[in-house]
Ligand binder design. Structure first.
Ligand code: NAD
Ligand code: GLY
Length: 369
């Protein structure tokens, strides 16, 4: 009997799309076909995910009469760059892919972000589908249309908003995900609880061990609830003019960690977790978050297997790196700060001395990865 299929809709008018969540969805060409313009796709994957899932996914599509071209990229955040992006364009051109060809990203957030940017720019835009295979990609990066590559001076600095036509999240693929990567995905799950879903945060406190053990019902619930949270925010503010900035909790500090250490040293989710701990500390100093709630946040992140202290880059280096954040407006840093569990605000009214103190307080503790 096929396992349950959960669907969340991202409501964007004529560009609305479904997120299908369930086990073994990579075999379900019937879920993909309605979203193709013609029966030709280019699957973009990498040299870790490809050997695990490409043949099966491509075979299902071919059985349904779809022509399949393939691009296999080198794995890793360090390859989220121009030369690797160009490998996608090389194949699309070599394989005579047209404006009607659908680009399908099969992999984690790196493949999804790069595949999406390639789809946004090849021939000024071709149809795009996300088939995320990491927890982080299933709960966050595959949804909402942010696509990008990194620049040596700043994370995700070159990119476009470009929505997929479908997100196909096969939760069975998470069985092969390394535990460290699973924890990284949990950082973004916990994020939804902190910024807008108090009840979900409390549920996570009860179920974090089940999630780390890949208990299927807990996993499906957490992915669906995360996607619902993200879909609501994206539908309200697709291009981050307001409320969508809340999804960047921990990212101002986190991107500084990723760029400062060199892309790929810390996982994105790890950097976001340490960044969320810094944001909680800043908010506590501001008098918004109680010490008890800050401790609850840190405790849940730690139980998820995540760091709650950043690396010792030095406070001035953090500030220098944070100056490249995309939330900087008129030269002023803006921070997402929790005001309680399930409530957060974006503010630029923070004294630099307080930011420095928060970084210093949450740097180089005992639980770095
Ligand atoms: P990732 O894409 O590097 O994947 C993590 C690792 O797991 C890689 O080595 C990958 O090859 C491997 N992998 C993927 N699926 C697997 C599977 N099923 N089994 C075994 N191994 C598997 O990292 P990620 O955490 O998925 O994504 C991080 C990226 O996403 C960052 O670049 C970040 O900036 C981006 N991101 C984007 C958004 C957005 O809204 N677009 C949101 C959050 C993060
Ligand atoms: N990951 C942040 C966003 O999608 O807006």
């Amino acid at each position: 009997m096929p396992s349950a299929l959960h669907t969340v809709n991202v409501a964007l008018g004529a560009r609305s799309y479904p997120i299908h969540i369930g086990r073994d969805l990579l075999d379900r060409a019937d879920l993909v076909l309605p979203h193709l313009r013609t029966k030709k796709v280019a699957i973009v994957t990498n040299d870790v995910v490809g050997p695990l899932y490409l043949d099966r996914f491509a075979a299902a599509l071919r059985r349904a009469g779809v022509e399949v071209a393939v691009v296999v990229l080198p794995d890793g955040e360090a390859h989220k760059d121009w030369p690797t992006l160009n490998l996608i364009f090389d194949t699309l051109l070599r394989e005579h892919c047209e404006r009607s060809t659908t680009l399908v990203a099969l992999g984690g957030g790196v493949v999804g972000d790069m595949g999406g940017f390639a789809a946004a720019s090849y021939q000024r835009g071709i149809p795009f589908i996300q088939a995320p295979t990491t927890l982080l990609a299933q709960v966050d990066s595959s949804v909402g249309g942010k696509t990008a590559i990194n620049h040596p001076l700043g994370k995700n600095m070159i990119g476009a908003f470009y929505q997929p036509r479908l997100v196909l999240a096969d939760t069975a693929t998470l069985a092969t995900l390394p535990a460290r990567e699973l924890s990284a995905g949990l950082a973004e799950v916990v994020k939804y609880g902190i910024i807008r879903d108090r009840e979900f945060f409390a549920w996570l406190e009860q179920n974090i061990d089940a999630l780390r053990a890949l208990e299927p019902n807990a996993l499906a619930l957490a992915i669906e609830r995360s996607c619902r949270n993200k879909a609501e925010v994206v539908a309200a503010d697709e291009t981050e003019q307001g409320v969508r900035a809340l999804l960047n909790l921990g990212h101002t500090f986190g991107h500084a960690i990723e760029t400062g250490l060199g892309y790929g040293q810390w996982l994105h989710g790890e950097a976001v977790a340490a960044g969320a701990a810094m944001a909680a500390e800043l908010s506590r100093r501001f008098g918004w978050l109680t010490a008890e709630d800050a401790a609850r946040i840190n405790r849940l992140l730690e139980r998820a297997g995540l760091p709650t202290f950043g690396p010792a880059l030095g406070v001035p280096r953090y500030l220098e790196l944070m100056a490249h954040d995309k939330k900087v407006e008129a030269g002023k840093l803006r921070f997402v700060l929790p005001k309680g569990i399930g409530d957060a605000v974006v503010t630029s009214e923070v004294a630099v001395a307080e930011v420095e103190a928060a970084i210093a307080a949450r740097c180089a503790g005992g639980n770095n990865p």
